[in-house]
Design a protein around this ligand. Structure first.
Ligand code: SAH
Length: 213
Protein backbone atom coordinates (compact mmCIF):
# COMPACT_ATOMS: atom_id res chain seq x y z
CA UNK A 1 0.00 0.00 0.00
CA UNK A 2 1.78 3.05 -1.27
CA UNK A 3 0.79 6.67 -1.50
CA UNK A 4 3.31 8.79 -3.36
CA UNK A 5 3.84 12.42 -4.34
CA UNK A 6 2.61 11.51 -7.79
CA UNK A 7 -0.70 10.36 -6.30
CA UNK A 8 -0.89 13.57 -4.25
CA UNK A 9 -0.38 15.58 -7.43
CA UNK A 10 -3.18 13.72 -9.17
CA UNK A 11 -5.45 14.30 -6.16
CA UNK A 12 -4.76 18.02 -6.25
CA UNK A 13 -5.83 18.02 -9.89
CA UNK A 14 -8.99 16.08 -9.05
CA UNK A 15 -9.84 18.67 -6.37
CA UNK A 16 -9.48 21.42 -9.00
CA UNK A 17 -11.81 19.50 -11.34
CA UNK A 18 -14.42 19.17 -8.58
CA UNK A 19 -14.17 22.89 -7.79
CA UNK A 20 -14.70 23.58 -11.49
CA UNK A 21 -17.86 21.45 -11.37
CA UNK A 22 -19.24 23.54 -8.51
CA UNK A 23 -18.17 21.79 -5.30
CA UNK A 24 -17.48 24.52 -2.74
CA UNK A 25 -17.33 22.95 0.72
CA UNK A 26 -13.71 23.29 1.80
CA UNK A 27 -13.75 20.34 4.20
CA UNK A 28 -15.19 18.05 1.55
CA UNK A 29 -12.52 19.16 -0.92
CA UNK A 30 -9.80 18.70 1.72
CA UNK A 31 -11.01 15.17 2.44
CA UNK A 32 -10.90 14.25 -1.26
CA UNK A 33 -7.46 15.85 -1.51
CA UNK A 34 -6.24 13.70 1.34
CA UNK A 35 -7.76 10.22 0.88
CA UNK A 36 -5.71 7.81 -1.29
CA UNK A 37 -8.58 6.73 -3.56
CA UNK A 38 -6.25 4.47 -5.59
CA UNK A 39 -5.93 2.18 -2.57
CA UNK A 40 -9.71 1.64 -2.55
CA UNK A 41 -9.63 0.17 -6.06
CA UNK A 42 -8.22 -3.00 -7.62
CA UNK A 43 -4.61 -2.51 -8.66
CA UNK A 44 -5.58 -2.79 -12.34
CA UNK A 45 -7.36 0.52 -12.05
CA UNK A 46 -4.57 2.49 -10.36
CA UNK A 47 -4.18 4.81 -13.32
CA UNK A 48 -7.86 5.67 -13.27
CA UNK A 49 -8.15 6.41 -9.57
CA UNK A 50 -7.98 10.18 -9.87
CA UNK A 51 -10.19 10.63 -12.87
CA UNK A 52 -13.64 11.91 -12.01
CA UNK A 53 -15.27 8.58 -12.83
CA UNK A 54 -16.98 5.65 -11.15
CA UNK A 55 -15.11 2.33 -11.36
CA UNK A 56 -15.86 -1.34 -10.74
CA UNK A 57 -14.93 -2.84 -7.38
CA UNK A 58 -15.69 -6.40 -6.23
CA UNK A 59 -19.07 -8.15 -6.45
CA UNK A 60 -20.26 -6.18 -9.52
CA UNK A 61 -20.40 -2.95 -7.56
CA UNK A 62 -18.78 0.42 -8.17
CA UNK A 63 -16.85 3.04 -6.25
CA UNK A 64 -18.89 6.20 -6.80
CA UNK A 65 -17.61 9.02 -9.00
CA UNK A 66 -15.69 11.58 -6.89
CA UNK A 67 -18.09 14.35 -8.00
CA UNK A 68 -21.04 12.30 -6.77
CA UNK A 69 -19.33 11.61 -3.45
CA UNK A 70 -18.55 15.32 -3.06
CA UNK A 71 -22.06 16.40 -4.10
CA UNK A 72 -23.82 14.03 -1.70
CA UNK A 73 -21.46 14.86 1.16
CA UNK A 74 -21.92 18.59 0.61
CA UNK A 75 -25.71 18.15 0.82
CA UNK A 76 -25.37 16.36 4.17
CA UNK A 77 -23.80 19.46 5.83
CA UNK A 78 -21.96 17.47 8.46
CA UNK A 79 -20.55 18.99 11.62
CA UNK A 80 -17.81 17.35 13.69
CA UNK A 81 -19.26 14.74 16.03
CA UNK A 82 -22.49 14.24 14.04
CA UNK A 83 -23.78 10.69 13.88
CA UNK A 84 -24.12 9.58 10.27
CA UNK A 85 -25.53 6.42 8.70
CA UNK A 86 -24.28 5.32 5.29
CA UNK A 87 -26.14 2.74 3.20
CA UNK A 88 -23.83 0.86 0.81
CA UNK A 89 -20.32 0.75 2.30
CA UNK A 90 -18.85 -0.67 -0.92
CA UNK A 91 -15.15 0.17 -1.14
CA UNK A 92 -15.33 2.34 1.99
CA UNK A 93 -14.28 5.50 0.12
CA UNK A 94 -17.39 7.48 1.04
CA UNK A 95 -17.04 6.17 4.60
CA UNK A 96 -13.51 7.58 4.71
CA UNK A 97 -14.76 10.98 3.49
CA UNK A 98 -17.37 11.06 6.28
CA UNK A 99 -14.72 10.10 8.86
CA UNK A 100 -12.39 12.86 7.61
CA UNK A 101 -15.23 15.32 8.31
CA UNK A 102 -15.28 14.16 11.93
CA UNK A 103 -18.55 12.23 11.78
CA UNK A 104 -19.31 9.17 13.86
CA UNK A 105 -20.08 6.74 11.08
CA UNK A 106 -22.27 3.65 10.88
CA UNK A 107 -22.28 1.99 7.48
CA UNK A 108 -24.28 -0.95 6.11
CA UNK A 109 -23.33 -3.28 3.24
CA UNK A 110 -25.36 -6.23 1.99
CA UNK A 111 -22.62 -7.95 -0.05
CA UNK A 112 -20.67 -10.13 2.33
CA UNK A 113 -17.51 -10.12 0.21
CA UNK A 114 -17.35 -6.33 0.20
CA UNK A 115 -18.32 -6.10 3.86
CA UNK A 116 -15.42 -8.39 4.82
CA UNK A 117 -12.86 -6.72 2.57
CA UNK A 118 -13.73 -3.20 3.60
CA UNK A 119 -13.95 -4.10 7.30
CA UNK A 120 -10.31 -5.22 7.13
CA UNK A 121 -9.10 -2.48 4.83
CA UNK A 122 -10.43 0.76 6.40
CA UNK A 123 -8.70 0.33 9.81
CA UNK A 124 -5.40 -0.29 8.00
CA UNK A 125 -5.63 3.27 6.68
CA UNK A 126 -6.58 4.55 10.13
CA UNK A 127 -10.28 4.96 9.28
CA UNK A 128 -12.37 3.66 12.14
CA UNK A 129 -16.11 3.73 11.74
CA UNK A 130 -18.24 3.34 14.86
CA UNK A 131 -19.57 0.19 13.25
CA UNK A 132 -19.62 -1.49 9.85
CA UNK A 133 -22.74 -3.59 9.55
CA UNK A 134 -23.47 -6.58 7.31
CA UNK A 135 -27.16 -6.24 6.56
CA UNK A 136 -29.97 -4.63 4.63
CA UNK A 137 -29.84 -0.87 4.33
CA UNK A 138 -33.58 -0.65 3.64
CA UNK A 139 -34.21 -1.16 7.35
CA UNK A 140 -31.37 1.14 8.42
CA UNK A 141 -29.77 0.62 11.81
CA UNK A 142 -32.20 1.54 14.57
CA UNK A 143 -29.70 0.71 17.34
CA UNK A 144 -27.72 3.92 16.80
CA UNK A 145 -30.60 6.21 15.66
CA UNK A 146 -31.43 9.05 15.44
CA UNK A 147 -28.93 10.25 12.84
CA UNK A 148 -27.97 13.81 11.93
CA UNK A 149 -27.30 12.53 8.44
CA UNK A 150 -28.20 9.48 6.37
CA UNK A 151 -26.52 8.97 3.00
CA UNK A 152 -27.64 6.31 0.54
CA UNK A 153 -25.02 5.43 -2.07
CA UNK A 154 -27.15 3.13 -4.26
CA UNK A 155 -30.18 4.00 -6.39
CA UNK A 156 -33.39 3.56 -4.40
CA UNK A 157 -36.68 2.88 -6.24
CA UNK A 158 -38.44 4.58 -3.32
CA UNK A 159 -37.52 6.28 -0.05
CA UNK A 160 -37.40 3.61 2.69
CA UNK A 161 -39.73 4.61 5.55
CA UNK A 162 -37.36 3.13 8.15
CA UNK A 163 -34.70 5.63 7.11
CA UNK A 164 -37.11 8.55 7.56
CA UNK A 165 -37.98 7.23 11.02
CA UNK A 166 -34.30 7.09 12.01
CA UNK A 167 -33.61 10.73 11.10
CA UNK A 168 -33.16 13.23 13.96
CA UNK A 169 -35.30 16.39 13.92
CA UNK A 170 -33.25 18.74 11.74
CA UNK A 171 -31.46 15.75 10.24
CA UNK A 172 -30.80 15.30 6.51
CA UNK A 173 -31.29 12.27 4.29
CA UNK A 174 -29.47 12.32 0.96
CA UNK A 175 -30.77 9.63 -1.38
CA UNK A 176 -30.75 9.05 -5.15
CA UNK A 177 -34.32 8.05 -6.05
CA UNK A 178 -35.32 6.25 -9.24
CA UNK A 179 -34.96 3.04 -11.23
CA UNK A 180 -32.67 3.43 -14.27
CA UNK A 181 -31.54 6.96 -13.45
CA UNK A 182 -31.96 8.67 -10.12
CA UNK A 183 -32.85 12.15 -8.95
CA UNK A 184 -30.62 13.24 -6.08
CA UNK A 185 -33.05 13.94 -3.28
CA UNK A 186 -32.54 15.73 0.04
CA UNK A 187 -35.07 15.22 2.81
CA UNK A 188 -34.88 17.46 5.88
CA UNK A 189 -36.83 16.41 8.94
CA UNK A 190 -38.58 19.51 10.25
CA UNK A 191 -40.51 17.90 13.09
CA UNK A 192 -41.77 14.50 14.20
CA UNK A 193 -44.27 14.47 11.29
CA UNK A 194 -42.95 17.02 8.81
CA UNK A 195 -40.37 16.32 6.11
CA UNK A 196 -39.16 18.84 3.54
CA UNK A 197 -38.08 17.57 0.12
CA UNK A 198 -35.55 19.10 -2.28
CA UNK A 199 -34.57 17.63 -5.64
CA UNK A 200 -31.29 18.06 -7.50
CA UNK A 201 -29.93 16.74 -10.80
CA UNK A 202 -29.93 13.26 -12.28
CA UNK A 203 -27.32 10.68 -11.33
CA UNK A 204 -26.75 7.02 -12.08
CA UNK A 205 -26.11 4.47 -9.33
CA UNK A 206 -26.04 0.69 -8.94
CA UNK A 207 -29.41 -0.37 -7.48
CA UNK A 208 -30.28 -0.53 -3.81
CA UNK A 209 -31.38 -4.15 -3.67
CA UNK A 210 -34.17 -5.22 -1.39
CA UNK A 211 -33.62 -8.87 -0.60
CA UNK A 212 -30.24 -10.57 -0.50
CA UNK A 213 -29.74 -12.30 -3.92
N1 SAH B 1 -20.23 4.14 -0.96
C1 SAH B 1 -19.64 3.17 -1.88
C2 SAH B 1 -20.50 3.02 -3.12
C3 SAH B 1 -20.66 1.58 -3.46
S1 SAH B 1 -21.89 1.22 -4.68
C4 SAH B 1 -18.22 3.55 -2.21
O1 SAH B 1 -17.82 4.69 -1.93
O2 SAH B 1 -17.48 2.71 -2.74
C5 SAH B 1 -23.31 0.87 -3.69
C6 SAH B 1 -23.18 -0.20 -2.66
O3 SAH B 1 -24.48 -0.41 -2.08
C7 SAH B 1 -22.74 -1.57 -3.17
O4 SAH B 1 -21.60 -1.99 -2.46
C8 SAH B 1 -23.95 -2.48 -2.90
O5 SAH B 1 -23.59 -3.81 -2.57
C9 SAH B 1 -24.61 -1.77 -1.73
N2 SAH B 1 -26.03 -2.09 -1.54
C10 SAH B 1 -27.00 -2.30 -2.47
N3 SAH B 1 -28.17 -2.54 -1.89
C11 SAH B 1 -27.96 -2.49 -0.53
C12 SAH B 1 -28.81 -2.66 0.61
N4 SAH B 1 -30.09 -2.94 0.50
N5 SAH B 1 -28.24 -2.53 1.84
C13 SAH B 1 -26.91 -2.23 1.98
N6 SAH B 1 -26.08 -2.07 0.93
C14 SAH B 1 -26.59 -2.19 -0.31
Amino acid sequence: MKDTLKHQGLRNKLVEILKGKGIKNREVLNAIGKIPRHLFMDSGFLDHAYQDKAFPIAADQTISQPYTVAFQTELLQINKGDTVLEIGTGSGYQTAVLLELGAKVYSIERQQELFKRTSKFLPKLGYNAKKLIFGDGYIGYAEAAPYHGIIVTAGAPKIPSDLLAQLAIGGRLVIPVGDTTQVMTLIIRKSEQEFEKHEFGEFRFVPLLENKN
